[in-house]
Design a protein around this ligand. Sequence first.
Ligand SMILES: Nc1ncnc2c1ncn2[C@@H]1O[C@H](COP(=O)(O)OP(=O)(O)OP(=O)(O)O)[C@@H](O)[C@H]1O
Length: 489
Amino acid sequence: MSSDSNVSIRVENLGKCYQIYPRPASRLKQAVANRIHGVLGRSAPRYFSEFWALRDIGFEVPKGEPFGVIGRNGSGKSTLLQLITGVLIPTQGTVETRGRIAALLELGSGFNPEFSGRENVYLNGMLLGLSRAEIDAKFDGIAAFADIGEHLERPIKTYSSGMLVRLAFAVQVQIDPDILIIDEALAVGDALFQKRCFARINRLADDGVTILFVSHDQETVRTVTRRSLLLHEGRAIAMGTSSETLRAYRRLINQEESKYFASLAEREIVVEGIDPSTEGNNIKLPESVMPSDEPQLVPETLGLDVSAAAMMDAPGAGTTRDGAGIDDTSFGSGHALVQRVSTTDESGEPCAVFYPGERIRVRIDFKALVDLKNLNVSLRIRSREGLKIYSWGTLNQDMQVAAGLQDAPVFWERAFAKGEESCALFDFVCPLGPGFYEIQAAVSHEGQPDYSEQTILHWKDEAAFFQVFMDQKTYHFGGSFDLRMSASW
Ligand SMILES: Nc1ncnc2c1ncn2[C@@H]1O[C@H](COP(=O)(O)OP(=O)(O)OP(=O)(O)O)[C@@H](O)[C@H]1O
């Protein structure tokens, strides 16, 4: 690797292309053609098509940084990791790494199923370049971390997937890697083991180990990593802080959901559970809510500015954002529209700045585009880092009423006529610590009054924003949430 000693992984113009043969015999035909045309000094005809699993990827990860790779199935994540670990040879570009790489790629890869756990620890350790004496010295630490008791002496073909991942993770983290690569594998362990793994990953990062973490799970990527790369169809379409990249990922998913719903509507398929006696069946989405065919997420999404200042300056930001129309921040079947989401103070005055203990009111205005009933109007509150702080909906209240815990009119049973505009009001006393918060709003159809049969009619990200400040003199607590503690002797 070049002189910059702070860079742990450098990937430049990286690509992997596979040759796809229509039939197994085509591969043989190609080999023969290559040979014959080679002898004749000509280029051979092609009996394959090219498929680029990964193309034009470039990034650097500084030493000690936890870096995330996120993307949908088949987006190229495993291919990228395999190129970095040297399991695959790139078709184009280069990968440079500094130091010893430990990788948790495929579950149990590098293990021999016939050998015991103990024997596999030695086998694996040697594959990773350790001497027998070095493994002897580390063995107790590995066994303690894996914590699988007497199973350590049994053949690993008898292990559950959870035990396998415990042993694999224990070996990888105890060999003092410079780079640790983890591909989703942690999802297999139980909650306690996962907690232990995350604590260990944090400690390794603090000790200067570079972590490359790959997952579909947004919350885990957010917890583990600082910066991330978003892959889509083999290309890098966003890179930045993990909260920026995950925002881009959510937009990508929203667009794909919208396309899916649009294709359902085009095929005139009924949204299950909507009253068959109304013209709400076989609806076509109105023009205004038809998502565009072309994905909007292009490399320009790089460097999304989600800073509080940028959000507050954004057109429509502040107390209110108009939700009309489906864009790249929303998705849904289009049977209803979130029109407007606003925050007000106790007296109903528009307000986007609150102090802990003050009353916050959120109003979600929506419109039924067909005759509808069994609706749920809901919201999510996310922190500036994108963590879900809270989600709640009218259906939650209906469930409490049904359980006899609350006494209020049941919203779920209410019918809305086509074209009817209505609103749901949410009211709470602010328990939040200082910060910048996003509200996501949704109208969904609930086939059952228990969230078991949900169809999203319109989901709107970034529907509104608000800020919480703290006045140190009058009301103060530390952290992100007021637990309303009391003290006594
Ligand atoms: N040996 C191969 N030959 C042809 N295509 C391949 C090969 N290996 C992978 N691919 C294709 O390359 C693309 C990227 O695959 P990859 O496994 O890297 O995706 P991924 O993001 O890791 O997916 P997942 O989240 O499902 O594990 C996919 O379309 C896959 O079908």
